[in-house]
Each structure stands twice: as structure tokens, then as C-alpha cells.
Design a binder for this molecule. Sequence first.
Ligand code: HEM
Ligand SMILES: *[C@@H]1O[C@H](CO)[C@@H](O)[C@H](O)[C@H]1NC(C)=O
Ligand SMILES: *[C@@H]1O[C@H](CO)[C@@H](O)[C@H](O)[C@H]1NC(C)=O
Length: 504
Amino acid sequence: MALHDILFGPFPLTLGILSISLYWVLWYLRRGKQAQAQTQTVTDGPPFYPFDPAALDRKEPYFTQSETPILTFGNSMILPNRYAHEIRNNDHLSFRDGLEKDFLTTVPGLEALFTGTFHNDIVWDTASAFSRQISALIEPLSTETGIFLQENWGDDAEWHSIPLNDSMHLLIAQLTARIFIGEELCRDRAWIQLDISYTAHRTAAIKELPQYGRLIPIVHWFLPSCRALRACVRAARPFVERVLEARREQAQGQGKKQRESIDALSWIDGVAGRTKYDPTLTQLRLAYAAVHTTSDMMAKVVAAICEHDELIQPLREEIVAVVKEHGWSEAALAKMVLLDSVLKETQRLEPLASFTLSRIAREAVVLSDGTRIPKGTQVRLTTDNMWNSSVYPDAAKFDGYRFVRLRDQDTATGTATATGTPSGGLSFVSVSANHMGFGYGKHACPGRFFAGAETKIALCHVLLKYDVELVDGGLAGAQTDGMMIWRDKRAMLRVRRRSGEIEV
Ligand code: HEM
Ligand SMILES: *[C@@H]1O[C@H](CO)[C@@H](O)[C@H](O)[C@H]1NC(C)=O
Ligand SMILES: *[C@@H]1O[C@H](CO)[C@@H](O)[C@H](O)[C@H]1NC(C)=O
């Protein structure tokens, strides 16, 4: 028999097809098992189901006055939204302890925030410091968005497909890295990959570990997700150290000039002074807080805009008018009220999670109506005011103009503060008991101003430069998995380059 017949004859061919099929069957079964194992550790409810705010807009409150106003989720006590005012700033309800429990920050590899040390505080401080200097971030964020879109979405005037989740993730990772670690690494695929894998492994570890209870201190040394996480930190070190070394040399040469630098790496190094700290963990921890949260927001808002494409034209007109008048400035971003409203409305219907304000009682707390929170209990709050039609008329309906109108009413009735900023938590970055997408109270997300600027700048580029559509509208609906709410990760966009009204 000729070699050709052996290789391509019917027998080996059949064998080949069989073994490939068997491989797929095995892969599929294994994957099914893994998926099952994963979802069971997070929630006792159905694994994934469509997220439907209308179902949560109950006629009857699910916490009636007569019974204890409490549901449970895992071991935590879930309080209704109406307690927001009492929970938000109560010092006996510890935010830090909540973080430690939710994010297992005492486990090696996951420790990036050590309670009460420089490492811990600096993540918070960096997020708020950079939130206070938005005007310095606009130019780099805008330039970087341009670079990303040019490379990844291109100039093709014909429709072509882009994966929604991946593209938003990579864009936000690059933008965030531009500000946190600088130009050298933000376009380095290897660094971006480390940044993203760190978050993925950390999330996996946090899901897996709790089931081991008291064995966690031993098990984490062997668990694949924890080992992968530590490997990731080791791989990240040379990147960070190399750049930091260069920055320090530069700073010595330039003296004071270094302080004007806007990347978080050198900013943190300046603040640290002689204090010992771990620059790599700090960077990874910052990315962990900033990247997946903001890219989730971007994916949701882009999907929402596609689903309500009547908004595209007015959004473009607003951006063009505002940028023509104010240039690329903080004032311009603030004047994009429709864009702001669309972001806030998207977050209202599809927040990151359906519970917020995770806290642990350091002392027993008695709430105003006599509800007792025993010492050591973890509490969370529902965010169901966001889906309540008494608070937001026709609450289940997406209305891009909702917050534009609410702001107008606010101004008309004189409830706005003297500075003209809305009083009622009506802009994207403001928080209120009726909209806790960024939390509420003194621990509300310190990075929200940064996230607001970043998403607005990215959306300006996307809307002016591209026509966008969802490939399969059905795939894109919001889903929930325990506490988290997300868009289907398989959703695809169709985009084509257009000639923008103005250069961005
Ligand atoms: C749309 C994007 C984002 C959402 C939806 C979001 C949401 C949240 C929420 C709900 C909290 C908890 C607040 C509470 O318990 O009261 C939080 C905390 C926090 N956020 Fe954000 N966030 C976003 C983006 C960012 C960004 C860009 C940064 C960094 C620049 C950041 C840094 C932090 C930090 C440092 C905390 C404190 C807890 C921690 O250390 O993890 N966030 N965020
Ligand atoms: C909706 O909000 C109204 C007004 O605040 C409140 O009376 C009602 O109990 C809320 N409904 C639910 C389901 O929480
Ligand atoms: C979303 O995109 C990021 C970046 O490419 C990727 O790491 C992540 O696995 C994606 N999520 C899913 C569920 O596909």
C-alpha cells in the first residue's frame, strides 16, 4: 500500500474523526462538570438565569414589616435598600473586614491589600488622588483610545465583527495601564495579559477557597488557581521593577519634575518615600479594582446603546457640540449630560452586582427599628430601589434620557446646590440610596471619577469613529450568577469605520 493510502485512506481517516470526536465529548463533559462545580460554590439558586429587573420591581415588598427584614446569602445577612442611610457610615460595621472576608486578603498571593499598612491604604489613596486630577488624564486617555481602536478595530469601512467582552477588556486594560504604569507597558501585550490573568486567577481563587473553610491556610498552597496567581505575581515583578528603576533614575536627574508625572507607579513611589512596600502587588491590586469593573461597564453601555440605536445620533451631536465649545476638557466631559445619563441608566438596570455595601459587624448593632445585627455578622444591602417603579417610574424600561430629565427637574425646583451640581445623586459618578452602583457613603468607590472619565472618553471615540451594531441581540441580554450581573461574554459587535464630524 502506498504511503498516501495509509495516511489518507478511509480507515485512518475514520479513526482520526472518531478520536477527534471523542476528544470533544470528553472536553465537553469535563467542562460541564467544571462549570457545575463553579456555580455551586457561589449560589444555591439556579446557576445562570436572565437578569430581569421587572421581576424585582415587586408590588409587595419582599421584606414585610411584620417579619424579620432579612434574607440570607451564603452566611451573610441581606438588608433591604431602605437601611442604606443607617449602614453606610456606621463605624461598627467594618468595610475593611468586609473586604478581607470577600477577597480573602490574608491568603498569600491574594494579600495585595494588607489591612492597615501602606499597601492597603495606597490603593484607595491612588484611586482618589487620580480621581481628583481628571483634567491631566484626558489627553493620555484619549490618545490611548485612538491607538487601541486603530490597532484593533481598524479603518475598514465595511462591517466586521469584534468580540464585545474581549475588546472592551483589552481597551480598558490598556487605558488603565497607561495611567497606572505608563506608556512602556500599556501597549505591551505580555503585561496586559498578566494584568488580566491576575484578576481572572484571583477571582477563581476567591470562588474556590471558601469551601475549604479552616483548611484554607494549607489548601491554598496546592490549589491550581492560587498557584497560578502566585506565578502571575512572580512573572509581573521584572516588568514593574524594570520600569520603576528607570523612573527612579529619571527622577534623580530631574528632581522635582518627577512629581508632575501622572503615572501611578511613580506617584506611589513618591508617596512611599522610605516606607517599604511592594510595587508589583500594588499595581496588580489597582488593576484588579479598576479593569474588570470598568470593562464590564463599557460592555454594558455599548450593548445598551446598540439596543437603543435612536440614541446614537443625539449622542454624536452632543459630543460634537460640547467638544467644539470646550475642547477636550473636564468641563466638556461634564457637559455631556446625555452620555452621562445613558451611563447611569445602564448602571441602574445592570449594576456590577445586585447587593452592595458588604460590611462586618465589629460590635453588635441595633438599627433604628430594632433589627439586631449580631457581632461578627456580615451584612449586605440590596440595591432594589434602582428597579422600584415608585422611585423610578416605569423602572424596568431603559430610558436614555431619564437622568437628563431628572437633572432638569432638579435644577428647575431649585434643589440643585449653588455650584449647579445636582443634589440628588443624578450624575453618573454621584451616589445615593436610590442608586448604589458605586456603593454609598464614605466607602463608595474612590475610582468612580476616573471610571466616569475613562468610559466617556472611550465612548466619544467609539461613537464618532464607528457605526456599531450587536450581531445577535438575543445573546447580549443581562444575566446573573449569584450576586454578579453581566452581559453574555459571547456577544459580538459589528463595526465599520465612519468619517467623524470632528477629529478625535
Ligand atoms: C464602572 C466601574 C466601577 C464600578 C462599578 C465600581 C464599583 C465599586 C463598588 C460598588 C465598590 C464598593 C463600595 C462600597 O462597598 O461602598 C468599589 C470600591 C472600590 N473601587 Fe470601584 N468601581 C469601578 C471602578 C473603579 C476604578 C476605575 C478604580 C480605580 C481607579 C476603583 C477602585 C476602587 C477601590 C480602591 C475600592 C475600595 C475597595 C477596594 O480596595 O477594592 N474602582 N468600587
Ligand atoms: C418601592 O419604593 C416605595 C417608596 O419608597 C416603598 O414604599 C416600597 O416598599 C418599595 N418597594 C419595594 C419592593 O421595596
Ligand atoms: C473577557 O475578555 C477578557 C480579555 O480578553 C478575557 O480574559 C476573559 O476571559 C473574557 N471573559 C470571558 C468569560 O470570556
